[in-house]
Design a binder for this molecule. Structure first.
Ligand SMILES: [Zn+2]
Length: 202
């Protein structure tokens, strides 16, 4: 895909997102509290062409959407990953169990990565298709319908950057001694950005 064809997937050039994201172009653009941490390593791999060299133990938890167009640039052994539709874990019952496991294994840094063009902003228009997909797998019509109705609200979001902020606040209140980095990837590239709302939490 050329850059021009890819333009609709650029978060930084879009009206919806452009002014709400800060570019990270050099290590000095990172909030000081992330410098020298696994969060810096993760951002450097995406933005500064500085691949992470092998790791002997897990250092980071990456939380992101199931989105196939986003692939974290990390080697094996470096990070735990939790991927859910929409990239939020704090509203999924029982997610704290996985977090407890990861914390018990020594991880103290979380990168929660949002992205533009997220399918979870279109869940309500998609509900019919979701129900059909389950019926095709042998689910009873009524059960499939109720299941999708029940869960659509949990997974739906109206705005990807606002949703990232709610998740950040929620995670921070649940896990007080972990450093949490809210990041936003533009699907036209692999670059990570800072949401401007993060300024008030620095
Ligand atoms: Zn998504």
């Amino acid at each position: 895909m050329t850059e021009e064809q890819n333009d609709h997937l650029s978060a930084t050039r879009s009206i919806k997102f452009g002014s709400r994201l800060t570019q990270i172009e050099a290590p000095s653009d990172l909030p000081q509290r992330w410098q020298g941490t696994p969060i810096e390593d993760f951002i450097a791999a995406h933005n500064f062409e500085k691949p992470i060299k092998g790791s002997s133990e897990p250092k980071l938890l990456i939380v992101s959407c199931i989105e196939f167009r986003f692939m974290p640039q990390i080697p094996r052994n470096f990070a735990y990953m939790i991927r859910t539709a929409g990239g939020r874990i704090s509203h999924i019952p029982g997610a704290e169990f996985a977090l407890a496991y990861i914390l018990a294994n020594g991880v103290r840094h979380i990168a929660t990565v949002g992205h533009n063009d997220c399918g979870m902003t279109k869940v309500h228009a998609y509900k019919g298709k979701l129900v059909e997909a389950l019926i095709e797998q042998g689910w009873e019509k009524e059960h499939a319908h109720d299941f999708i109705e029940e869960n659509a609200e949990r997974y739906a979001m109206t705005d990807e950057i606002d949703s990232l902020e709610f998740e950040f606040i929620r995670l921070r209140s649940l896990f007080k001694k972990v450093e949490i980095a809210p990041l936003f990837v533009s699907l036209s590239t692999t670059r990570l950005h800072l949401p401007t709302w993060y300024d008030q939490y620095k």
